[in-house]
Design a protein around this ligand. Sequence first.
Ligand SMILES: Nc1ncnc2c1ncn2[C@@H]1O[C@H](COP(=O)(O)OP(=O)(O)OP(=O)(O)O)[C@@H](O)[C@H]1O
Length: 447
Amino acid sequence: MQLKNARILIIDDDEDVLIALKLLLKQKVNEVVTAKNPNTILSILTKESFDVVILDMNFNGLVNTGNEGIFWLNKIKSSYPRLQVVLITAYADIDLAVRSLKLGAADFIVKPWKNDKIIEILTDLVHQKSSSNSKAVSLASTQRIVGESEPMQHIFSKLDKIAPTDANVLILGENGTGKDLIARAIHENSLRKNQSFVKVDIGSLTESLFESELFGYVKGAFTGANTDRKGRFEEAHGGTLFLDEIGNISLNQQARLLTVLQNRKVTPIGSNKAIDIDIRLICATNMPIQELADESRFRKDLIYRINTVDITIPALRIRGTDITLLAHHFVSLYAEKYNKGEYSFTPGFIKKLKEHSFPGNVRELQYTLERTIIMAEGHELTENDLSFSVIEQALPAETTKQTNLEAIEKKTILRVIDENNGNISKSAKALGITRTALYRRLNKYDL
Ligand SMILES: Nc1ncnc2c1ncn2[C@@H]1O[C@H](COP(=O)(O)OP(=O)(O)OP(=O)(O)O)[C@@H](O)[C@H]1O
């Protein structure tokens, strides 16, 4: 990307700095947005995307230690780890600015600055960003992880620490909480980011597919094996292997997986040659940790191996402030997708969102708001514009007895599939779960 296409956000409480930088940059870049109040940073970033943020290190009225800059740098990097942040600092704060580089700042500008130097820094950053993005095309998208609640801040700082290591990570959380997104973020911020990220929904592999899918096979190994086929472990060699729904695999499958992880070698079916594998392993499950710790269901030695570090993503209903932030994020996303212009929310709209229990978590919120944007008549969204997924109406949460849950779930699934004329993708969407999760339930209930 060239500097002239870049979008720059500048945050400084000194109006003169904002005007000077805007005058300088507006000739050179596509768009410059300025803001005086750092409290608005996250909401601006939710609505618009930027290539570089220029951030002051000291804001008037707050303690003049430069920590405000570091505080906002951390906030930005937690929610948008790939966004480049350049700090503006006074000469006296250079030590602090150098420290901020370790915390993820891309560079710093010392006041009084030289215009050429700023242009040079921005040109380099914009160029670097486009070359690393082009490497990432075949990897996961650079999707944003939105969140400002305390548990999410905790997750972001954990993510910063563990991503660059090779530690195995176990991600726990209900359906739709963002486990997949976190797994991809770990990979994208790791030293393996330019290698493959391979995801396997291991919980849905049948006994017979388990080995051929994971370990591969050689031509002639069994009827139908017409060519050699690499397994997913080998595909992920040098990169990251993400095993989703690990809690659902049988004890037999667990034993086979453990052997591979211990020996760091796989032997394709029909071959007698073991292949060395170098992978970073990330596993995820929606099974509560207590169930995973039940030895009759899951081997302790495997848990220890996959769980060097664990990350538990809390349910959306207990991440209060994130609901509003995510609502802004998804509304902007779908307004843009469907060419619908700008939206604002009434307090009633937010209240209704916050009162909902979101059994399908962020995925349910996302589908709900997509539906809202498609159907909305006005541009001020009210509580009447919101309608929740049918599964929620069938499960009035806490009031339903645990013993009835499975019967209600089965009945709801059948009804939704019927309403969608047997279309599994549409039914899964209406239920706020993935197709795989729906298939798993169909298996579970013998439907
Ligand atoms: N913090 C977040 N910010 C933005 N989008 C999010 C966030 N968390 C989840 N999403 C979105 O919600 C949807 C569900 O997330 P994801 O697939 O990562 O959840 P999951 O926990 O892996 O689900 P499952 O257990 O059903 O496989 C995705 O479209 C994802 O992009």
